[in-house]
Design a protein around this ligand. Structure first.
Ligand SMILES: Cc1cc2nc3c(=O)[nH]c(=O)nc-3n(C[C@H](O)[C@H](O)[C@H](O)COP(=O)(O)OP(=O)(O)OC[C@H]3O[C@@H](n4cnc5c(N)ncnc54)[C@H](O)[C@@H]3O)c2cc1C
Length: 405
């Protein structure tokens, strides 16, 4: 027999957690159930590639709330059992273990999974790792404890963070290969890419750009990664971060409208089905400033969209107005950014006299679209205001706008 819940939250990450708390703020009575594929209650992912390795965080710091806090909030959990079907007509979901639930309103917040590498030989599967979950982190940690030579692949956030983190683990020799012009080169201006690249080299990382991975094969009991230039890197194991794929399967079978490769929602985070809301990495929503479809894969976005979805599920009618920020840490460099930050949009970069801090302004059609704050803190709000003004700007007019060095 099916069990009925007023609110069924599929996915137990930060977006679902924020939605659950927001629902409870508005509806103290409704029955809430959170369904998660992982055995953990919602936890922080950012430390998996940073703080946990560097002694800044412990695994016990990761949960967003304790199991007893969720229970006191009246949020029931069914974990370690993924939802495998969603029937929007009958408002019913079914899990892998065969449990069936009916719902009044549902949230889809299943996030995504690492984009896979093409063809990894079966023999090498346990030596080619990726990182999304706590279980992945534990696998990686066990490998890293064995020492050896490691290849890190990926020029985005995850690859850049992992190469930096692993290079600080002592017993590992790191090869770091990116297919583009350097670490984070799709976002940073060349001057900062060079600064970061130099930092990897000073940490003893063998960093190489323009290296496109073509094949992975076994060689003399080790792993050989073959690149487009024909030169292999031979190592003991490798870890890659080449992007994320949204977990679309349930939305696809339910026939929900898509956008930008994920699930399209309106400004209230409601999907094309009136009883289903979507949040976090899985949601494509109208950009609060520009109105164009936007999908982000960042922590702040997950919490903020989850909260708005939850409020609206509980009967509010609030539009999403938040300009999400994102952040990363690589060695002693830390940055926060808002808006669209693509290196081909850099309009102006300003550096502190000692070169340790920078502000990057990104322009499109003479409008400020994004701001990246490199080792500059407390300016996110001001950056949001500048972007939201949607004024016509010339690069010269950006000098000293956020900081006068
Ligand atoms: C290693 C790492 C480091 C990161 N660092 C940063 C950072 O420094 N800054 C930043 O801004 N962002 C960072 N992020 C990104 C950020 O963590 C994500 O954007 C955020 O977690 C997305 O939240 P979400 O709730 O949408 O999805 P997720 O956090 O992915 O949670 C979704 C949950 O749903 C579960 N699920 C999936 N399918 C099903 C199913 N069928 N049934 C039930 N449950 C299901 C998943 O197992 C998962 O637990 C990082 C991500 C990773 C992996």
């Amino acid at each position: 027999m099916n069990t009925y819940y007023d609110y069924l939250l599929v996915g137990a990450g930060p977006a679902a957690a924020a939605a659950a708390s927001a629902i409870r703020e508005k509806d103290t009575q409704g029955q809430i159930l959170m369904l998660g594929a992982e055995p953990e209650t919602p936890y922080q992912r950012p430390p998996l590639s940073k703080g946990l390795w560097l002694g800044k965080d412990a695994e016990s710091d990761l949960p967003l709330k304790s199991a007893s806090d969720w229970a006191s909030l009246g949020v029931e959990m069914a974990l370690g059992d993924p939802v495998i079907t969603l029937d929007p007509q009958h408002r019913e979901v079914k899990t892998l273990a065969g449990k069936r639930y009916d719902y009044g309103k549902a949230l889809l917040a299943m996030g995504g999974r690492p984009k896979p590498l093409a063809a990894v030989p079966e023999l090498l599967r346990d030596r080619v790792l990726s990182l999304r979950s706590l279980a992945d982190y534990r696998r990686l940690r066990a490998r890293a404890a064995e020492g050896g030579e490691v290849l890190v692949v990926g020029g985005g956030f995850l690859g850049a963070e992992l190469a930096a983190t692993l290079s600080q683990q002592g017993a590992l020799k790191i090869h770091y290969c990116v297919s583009g012009d350097g670490p984070l080169a799709q976002m940073l201006p060349p001057m900062l890419v060079e600064k970061v690249s130099a930092r990897y080299r000073s940490a003893g990382v063998d960093m190489e750009k323009q290296r496109k991975l073509m094949e992975i094969r076994a060689q003399d009991g080790r792993l050989a990664a073959v690149f487009a230039d024909g030169h292999p890197v031979v190592c003991d194991w490798m870890v890659y971060g080449i992007g994320m794929e949204p977990n679309n399967a349930l939305a696809d079978t339910a026939g929900l409208q898509k956008g930008q490769g994920a699930v399209a929602v309106d400004a209230q985070m409601r999907s094309s089905d009136p009883h289903i809301w979507v949040a976090g990495d899985l949601a494509t929503y109208p950009d609060p400033v520009w109105g164009s479809p936007l999908r982000l894969e960042h922590w702040d976005n997950a919490e903020a969209t989850g909260r708005i979805a939850g409020l609206n599920m509980a009967g509010e009618t609030v539009a999403f107005r938040h300009q999400s920020m994102f952040y990363s840490d690589i060695y002693e460099f830390g940055f926060e950014a808002v808006g669209e930050c693509r290196s081909d949009m850099v309009g102006h970069t300003e550096c502190s006299p000692d070169g340790d801090q920078a502000i990057v302004y990104y322009l499109r059609d003479h409008q400020l679209r994004g701001v990246l704050l490199w080792n500059v803190w407390g300016k996110v709000k001001a950056a949001r205001t500048l972007i939201a003004a949607k004024r016509r700007v010339e690069p010269d007019a950006l000098r000293g706008l956020l900081k006068d060095w």
